[in-house]
Design a binder for this molecule. Structure first.
Ligand code: NAD
Length: 358
């Protein structure tokens, strides 16, 4: 089959890791008989340097013709001083807004050969950790009314958590649809004992669940969920939550895997179109050194194949290759352990790609 993918490396290590992601796609094309064509698009600091804006209007038009976006990361210390409107992250924010990418998928799993890098004890992870955290990305407190005002005790500040039934329903549906492809369990995380927005969240998710009778639904308070992630993470299959709780819990879930260099993500809209990216940033401390771990990006390519292009066998081939390259002892610096072989970004890409087979 033929697919068109916009490639948006961004800044810093985004450039290095996305290069390896594209090589993985090319290899999938060779092995499985698909053709990938690419639109190379600048975003973030790279686009500011070339065109004075973090993303060009014409890039949005080009992306509309494509199947799914492969993204690296944007930002960097020299760009942090720019006025808000010109900051590199505005480019990513615009992509999310233009394409209405409201559902953020953050898988966390412990690769067997990396379990010693996890901060969790063996007895906690021995039952396996394979969580798909699905978080609302465009609503809730980060986007609600906010401001400062004079209150009865002087200056005060407020941020409003507001969710509509529509916003909760659409992200909950994504969670149940994805749970149907996995272990058929959704844990919806809220703070319904204290927040009205959480009570509506809980009622709405319960309604959506009626359309998915095969999926078990549990509700869990966010404080309990934070404890379970640290003490009993194998209880989770799909974890569904709001933008602020998901922001915090996804980092907690992610850290169990041992390195941000291993964590993929996706942001999807209602029709399933999405942006696929590693969760890490541009890593200015190692940018240009050729030592970044490309596996989070290659795993993001796996998600893109499975979710956007509906190619589950090709996605499995990516997952097998990552497991194999780790089992064969190759490690970038972030996941290095004594007795393994330290490799560069490009070498890790090459050794992983060589292991992509039918
Ligand atoms: P970061 O993820 O870039 O780096 C955190 C630490 O993890 C650093 O020590 C880095 O070297 C290491 N690291 C990250 N990715 C790695 C990889 N693939 N391999 C090996 N080590 C890796 O986070 P930060 O330092 O907080 O942010 C740096 C810049 O990235 C900032 O400008 C920030 O705004 C931006 N950022 C962008 C995105 C995005 O575009 N989606 C996400 C997060 C941060």
């Amino acid at each position: 089959m033929d697919f068109k993918i916009p490639i948006i490396p961004g800044d810093g290590i985004g450039v290095d890791v996305v290069r390896e992601g594209v090589r993985a796609l090319d290899r999938i094309g060779e092995v499985f008989g698909h053709t990938f064509t690419y639109e190379h698009i600048l975003c973030g600091g790279a686009c500011i340097d070339a065109h004075g804006v973090p993303l060009q209007d014409e890039s949005i038009e080009k992306i509309k013709e494509c199947d799914a976006i492969l993204f690296g990361a944007v930002g960097g210390p020299k760009l942090d001083a720019l006025p808000k409107e010109q900051r590199p992250e505005r480019g990513l924010a615009r992509l999310r807004r233009e394409f209405n990418l409201f559902a953020n998928l953050r898988p966390s799993k412990i690769y067997p050969d990396l379990k010693d890098k996890s901060p969790l004890k063996d007895r906690i992870i021995e039952k396996g950790v394979d969580i798909m955290l699905i978080r609302d990305l465009t609503g809730g407190i980060y986007f609600g009314n906010k401001g400062r005002r004079e209150g009865k005790n002087g200056l005060e500040a407020y941020d409003e958590e507001c969710y509509s039934v529509m916003e909760i329903t659409r992200v909950a549906k994504k969670a149940f649809e994805i749970a149907m492809q996995r272990r058929k369990s959704v844990t919806s995380v809220d703070k319904a004992n204290a927040l009205e927005a959480s009570r509506l969240w809980r009622d709405t998710v319960t309604e959506v669940a009626k359309d998915y009778p095969e999926v078990e639904l549990k509700h869990m308070l966010v404080d309990k969920a934070a404890m379970e992630l640290a003490c009993n993470p194998s209880v989770f299959d799909v974890l569904l939550t709001t933008s602020i709780f998901g922001d915090i819990l996804s980092d907690e879930a992610g850290v169990t895997t041992g390195s941000v260099g291993m964590l993929a993500s996706a942001a999807l809209n209602e029709s399933g179109f999405g942006l696929y990216e590693p969760i890490h940033g541009t890593a200015p401390d190692i940018a240009g050194m050729g030592i970044a771990n490309p596996l989070a990006t290659i795993a993001s390519v796996g998600m893109l194949l499975e979710i956007a292009l509906n190619l589950p066998e090709e996605a499995k081939a990516i997952d097998r290759a990552i497991n194999k390259v780790l089992h064969d002892g190759y490690r970038t610096g972030d996941i290095y352990m004594e007795g393994t072989t330290k490799v560069t970004t490009e070498e890790m890409g090459t050794y992983t790609i060589e292991r992509i087979t039918k």
